[in-house]
Design a protein. Structure first.
Length: 243
């Protein structure tokens, strides 16, 4: 009887121990899972520092929807120097001076009540290459975690090179090389300052904007971008990807 009571008491203590330890064990395995996911993403980022991304989640979605996409990869040296300047002028004028987040732009966006965007080219590259489109807290949190890792591993030129090759410039038209032929019938290395500015003006809404049928707004935007591109060339804000 004594032995049976002792065993029953031990069994109760064991049950209570498992109940008490369950939250700790769950958190422990969740934490380990997160570390594994982060390690896999870090390896992915390291790999893409030298390997050109073969596709992205968004490209796969659009390819399935449109039954194919127009895409052509072009190395940085094979793209007109006007293009990266125009992209930076249009999307992230402080690209060379930040570490992935433009704190000044974030402050301005907050003061403006969130009406303006503050996403950098680095953040957009992380979203387009490694994550998915859409507004939700999980993606934004992952984007915030991965952006400084990519910035630490990739050069600024590599970030721009990948961005220019995965950005959508018209429905189903991805990358500067495909866009240059689609809109102007020229090779990416032959884009003029005006043509580069027109392509950059299409961003970030290529489904609603077209360099083939530019609205007065888009024409004005392209002129502003062209002027901005020349400004960052003169004041040295393009040095990090042109040096």
């Amino acid at each position: 009887m004594a032995k049976a009571a002792k065993k029953k008491s031990q069994a109760k203590r064991s049950v209570f121990w498992w109940i008490g330890a369950a939250p700790y064990l769950v958190l422990k395995w969740v934490w380990r899972g997160l570390l594994v996911v982060l390690a896999l993403f870090a390896l992915w980022i390291v790999a893409y520092a030298v390997i050109n991304p073969p596709t992205t989640i968004y490209m796969l979605q659009e390819s399935a929807r449109l039954e194919g996409i127009n895409r052509e990869w072009r190395d940085f040296d094979g793209i007109s120097p006007h293009m990266p300047r125009a992209i930076v002028a249009a999307e992230d004028a402080n690209f060379c001076t930040h570490w992935g987040f433009d704190m000044e732009a974030i402050r301005d966006a907050l003061e403006d009540g969130g009406k303006r965007g503050a996403s950098t080219l680095s953040q957009q590259t992380v979203k387009n290459v490694f994550l998915w489109h859409g507004r939700n807290y999980l993606r934004k949190a992952m984007e915030a975690g991965l952006t400084p890792v990519m910035e630490a591993i990739w050069s600024k030129q590599r970030i721009l090179e990948v961005y220019m090759n995965i950005a959508e410039f018209d429905e189903g038209v991805f990358g500067v090389a495909a866009a240059a032929r689609w809109y102007f019938g020229v090779d990416a290395r032959d884009l003029s300052a005006g043509q580069a500015a027109a392509l950059a003006a299409v961003l970030p809404n290529p489904k609603a904007r077209s360099a083939k049928r530019p609205t007065p707004f888009l024409q004005k935007r392209a002129r502003q971008i062209r002027s901005g591109a020349e400004t960052i060339r003169r004041d040295g804000r393009s040095a990090c990807f042109e040096g």
